[in-house]
Design a protein around this ligand. Sequence first.
Ligand code: COS
Length: 386
Amino acid sequence: MDYFFTEEQQMIRDTAREIAEKKIVPVRAELDEKGEFPTEIMKTCAESDLFGLYIPEEYGGFGGGIYENVIAIEELSRACIGVSVSFAGSGLGAYPILLCGSEEQKKKYLPQIASGEKLAAFGLTEANAGSDAGGVQTTARLDGNEYVLNGTKQWITNGGEAGIYTVIAITDKNKGARGASCFIVEKCTQGFSFGKKENKMGIRASATRELVFEDCRIPKENIIGKEGIGFIVAMKTLDNSRPGIAAQGVGLAAGALDAAIDYARGRIQFGKPIISIQAVQHMLANMAVQTEAARALTYAASKYIDSGAKSISKESAFCKLFATDIAMQVTTDAVQVFGGYGYMKEYPVEKMMRDAKILQIYEGTNQIQRNVIGQALIKESAKKRR
Ligand code: COS
């Protein structure tokens, strides 16, 4: 369908599509096999000015919004979401600064992220704080002009590869979620180290590591906002970044659909291409309509958030939930269209199906998205009754 992109949006799509086709497709199987971080592709994204799409011009960005970023993420994801999550993860790490940082912090850090000179990463998850984001145990204690961080973050996308980290830590243990704060920590700070790269089922090109803080001292100016707002910063960050996960789902589904159509045209059984068999056509038709519906919802939610709407949690969860469930379904169906060949590593859909699973888990499981939507519905209905 035509979404009537502006000339600039069309350019973003074309640029990202070219990177996907020329740079990612030829190496994606190897990156997956070796579990290798796509350093060169990140450089190409930087040279093509893709990292700053959602960052205002005064901080070195393109001045677009979530929608522009989503367009780029979708295109990169058609080829490989192990690569596109490395790109998108930098946005996730940048949002706390963009949404809640001081002018000084924005001026210092956003241009480096916008240019792609440094990747960013977001450190929220811990061994005992996954879906329960308020259960963070990493601590930050004010000591003179510095905060001292102690604790371990788990499964952090871009861990070890990023130069700038936004990290949630507890500054007041007695206040629960209201005792959390958000900090900026730069790589190479003393007392800050990384665990080994995780060996994952999918998105194997992306770097997922622990962040380990052992008496890590950072300037007190590195707190984002003030003490006690860390949980809210994290929630706002996720509200803004979840459409990017939806875009990964849309791109991945679109890539799997393209692969399934190509294969069905060439595969001969019963003396004819299997695409002429109605059972196969029906599968492809379902895959196509699901993918398009996911795209339409993701674009609509992104535009809604970009409009400056105040309450965005529900809409953000809508697209994350829907598009990622669709990605799982469509990639599974793509393997089915390929039949036995689809199960083999020689064909791309095996990796696509493995990759899809994480989309239903990270940045809030799809069960959590339903919770967020449910809570929003309750709030809205209470307002209407008043
Ligand atoms: N924007 C602004 N404020 C928000 C918010 C949002 N999106 N969501 C919650 N808040 C506020 C609430 O209003 C509440 O404020 P008060 O204390 O003033 O009432 C506070 O934050 C606590 O909210 P709540 O009680 O809803 O928190 P819960 O502990 O029940 O957790 C969920 C809510 C489950 C939604 C949250 O923990 C979550 O999103 N979990 C998933 C985390 C995740 O995505 N992890 C993946 C890894 S991060 S890459």
